[in-house]
Design a protein around this ligand. Structure first.
Ligand code: URA
Length: 246
């Protein structure tokens, strides 16, 4: 006999998780650096946007693997071309496939809350994925699919040139770090993502995927994600919102 699921408990846990990331605010915004304030780049935001558009057009036509014929829409990624933080997930799910936009389903709603808890807006950051097309039935990405698709993300990272990449979940973290280590060992510390041999590495913070948080609710897991994000904010010199009481 399977273990009985206590629906009330599951609903309460999900609500608690979502409320947790809704409960932060900045004490005062006076003197607070703007999220984009410290970024210096060779390309203007308009040039970056144009290059990202070119990649999106290629992704939308891509038939490098079978996912090109099973998808409804490709999901190239979206956000601020000049973002200081770039979130990278695994690949589109059903909602993303239907809309052609990243992180718009339940996991996306939680990611939005995490971004807001950081005192940021979705439009401050860039959100992309390892795979640009949905694997049928949300199965794990296959190695050949990752190999075909990764160059799009690598080019996006080079153009955006974020100060920090936040890799959401094991697939994103392992792919970008070229390792098979478990996410529990990768998260919580800054690691190096390399764009090329002759280029300085970009700092990468791995953390748990929002979908994992929704499936594996525990105060410990959500605390770990919040701690990882606080390290990102501190590294960027951005203020850490405080939890509202009462
Ligand atoms: N999960 C992901 O990894 N990416 C999305 O875009 C949505 C859900």
């Amino acid at each position: 006999m399977g273990k009985e699921v206590n629906i009330d408990k599951v609903i309460r846990q999900h609500l608690e998780m979502e409320q947790f990331f809704s409960g932060f605010s900045l004490k005062s915004t006076a003197g607070t650096p703007e999220p984009q304030q410290q970024k210096e780049d060779d390309m203007t935001a308009a040039q970056k946007a144009a290059e990202l558009e070119k990649i999106a057009a290629e992704v939308n036509k891509c038939r490098e693997c079978d996912l090109g014929s099973t998808r409804t829409n490709a999901v190239p990624g979206e956000g601020n071309p000049n973002a200081r933080i770039m979130f990278v997930g695994e690949g589109p799910g059903a909602d993303e496939d239907a809309q052609g936009r990243p992180f718009v389903g339940r996991a996306g709603q939680l990611l939005d809350k995490i971004i807001a808890a950081c005192g940021l807006k979705r439009s401050d950051v860039y959100i992309g994925n390892i795979l640009k097309c949905r694997p049928p039935g949300n199965r794990d990405p296959r190695a050949d699919e990752i190999i075909n698709c990764l160059p799009y993300l690598q080019r996006q990272i080079e153009i955006i040139s974020p100060e920090i990449i936040v890799a959401l979940g094991a697939h994103a973290a392992r792919t970008l770090l070229n390792t098979t280590k478990p996410i529990g060992q990768l998260r919580g510390q800054f690691l190096d993502y390399y764009t090329g041999i002759d280029k300085p590495p970009t700092k990468l913070m791995a953390t748990y995927h929002p979908a994992y948080l929704l499936r594996n609710y525990s105060p410990d897991n959500r605390r770990k994600v919040w701690e990882d994000m606080q390290k990102v904010l501190t590294e960027l010199g951005l203020p850490i919102p405080e939890r509202q009481t009462g």
